[in-house]
Write a protein that binds this ligand. Structure first.
Ligand SMILES: Cc1cc2nc3c(=O)[nH]c(=O)nc-3n(C[C@H](O)[C@H](O)[C@H](O)COP(=O)(O)O)c2cc1C
Length: 331
């Protein structure tokens, strides 16, 4: 499963990934919010409709503390042809979590109970949850899982960090193991899978896990899902695929020139890690002041040697330090 990234994995990115790389059984779309309790405005779901445009089965996601809003969103998505939505109980960004949304709701299991009780009386579509170990403490989730067990959720995706870590620091595998003991639901693992060896080592640690959600590791190395599924691709072919993927993103305007340049820089913040000189490549891309300047840099970028496993790990460790701190690139 492809992880959602607000501002990055929009429909154009998801479809370009499916067209040029693939390897996923599903894509989770970034969250929508403020959809209201009367009618869902078309602008809120523009990234999700029509469902037939999705090149890979897609799961819409909502962030909300209103049962009525979740129900209405579920009804709207059902009417559009979706069969599954996801409730975000994991977002750690302070402007969200401080308002008791995303992981900010985890210290309040009673509220989660009340919301689910109301939602499951009326929702016409399958519901899953994406969450983390807690907001302030890794044991918060252990109070929430027994509540989730009372409802027929499709599955729970767990990122083994707490909210105050945002996406930095170490993942807490003992904390994840405790979750597996504490729930009857199927669990999807999500966190710091950035190369094949890392995937294999986490898989060996958690042999019961059948589903995996790939995030930054995939944004960095778009071949990762394919490689996990056993596909081996030559460097020459990889280069062609990366090039074609990037051309499709470039041809898909997302606002004015500045906005598009900003978007492409965000893509490269991660994708530079696919190339051996990742940090230096990104540093040069970051300096482009116009799309014309950016286009001039590209041939050099695509000539760079591809990164090996160790280089990918080093880039990942470098990149995650800035997430949540560098508002321009990592949001
Ligand atoms: C910039 C950014 C935006 C994100 N947007 C969302 C989102 O819309 N919904 C969500 O559930 N998670 C979101 N996430 C979290 C990722 O989906 C994923 O859970 C996280 O990156 C951890 O997985 P990884 O270690 O494989 O990257 C976001 C993360 C980042 C850094």
């Amino acid at each position: 499963m492809l992880a959602p990234f607000k501002g990055l994995t929009n429909k154009a990115y998801r479809n370009a990934h499916a067209r040029h790389f693939g390897g996923f059984d599903g894509h989770m779309a970034p969250f929508v919010s403020g959809t209201g309790i009367r009618a869902v405005a078309p602008s809120k779901i523009a990234d999700l409709v029509p469902v037939t445009e999705n090149l890979c089965p897609t799961i819409p996601q909502i962030i909300s503390t209103s049962a009525e809003e979740i129900i209405l969103f579920g009804k709207a998505m059902h009417a559009q042809g979706y069969n599954h939505i996801n409730w975000n109980l994991g977002c750690p960004f302070p402007r969200i979590a401080n308002k008791k949304r995303g992981c900010g709701l985890l210290p309040h299991p009673g509220e989660i109970h009340r919301i689910l009780d109301r939602v499951f009386r009326e929702i016409p579509i399958e519901l899953s949850v994406k969450t983390r170990l807690g907001y302030q403490h890794h044991a918060e989730i252990l109070e929430v899982l027994p509540i989730l067990d009372q409802y027929p959720l499709r599955e729970i995706t767990i990122h083994p960090r707490i909210g105050t870590q945002v996406y930095r620091g170490e993942v807490n595998h003992p904390g994840f193991a405790a979750c597996l003991q504490a729930t009857r639901h199927q669990v999807i693992y999500n966190g710091d899978v950035y190369n094949l060896s890392q995937y294999l080592s986490i898989k060996a640690r958690f042999p019961s896990i059948r589903s995996w959600m790939l995030g930054r590791g995939l944004l960095m190395d778009p071949f990762l899902a394919l490689e996990i599924k056993g596909m081996r691709i030559s460097d020459a072919h990889k280069r062609e695929m990366l090039h074609a993927f990037h051309l499709e993103l470039l041809a898909n305007p997302c606002g004015n020139e500045n906005k598009q340049l900003g978007y492409l820089k965000s893509v490269w913040y991660y994708m530079a890690g696919c190339f051996a000189p990742g940090e230096a490549l990104f540093a040069s891309i970051k300096t482009s002041r116009s799309l014309a300047q950016y286009r001039e840099l590209l041939p050099k970028v695509f000539e760079a040697p591809l990164a090996g496993e160790e280089q990918k790990e080093a880039y990942f460790r470098h990149a995650i330090k800035h997430i949540g701190r560098d508002p321009n690139f990592a949001m």
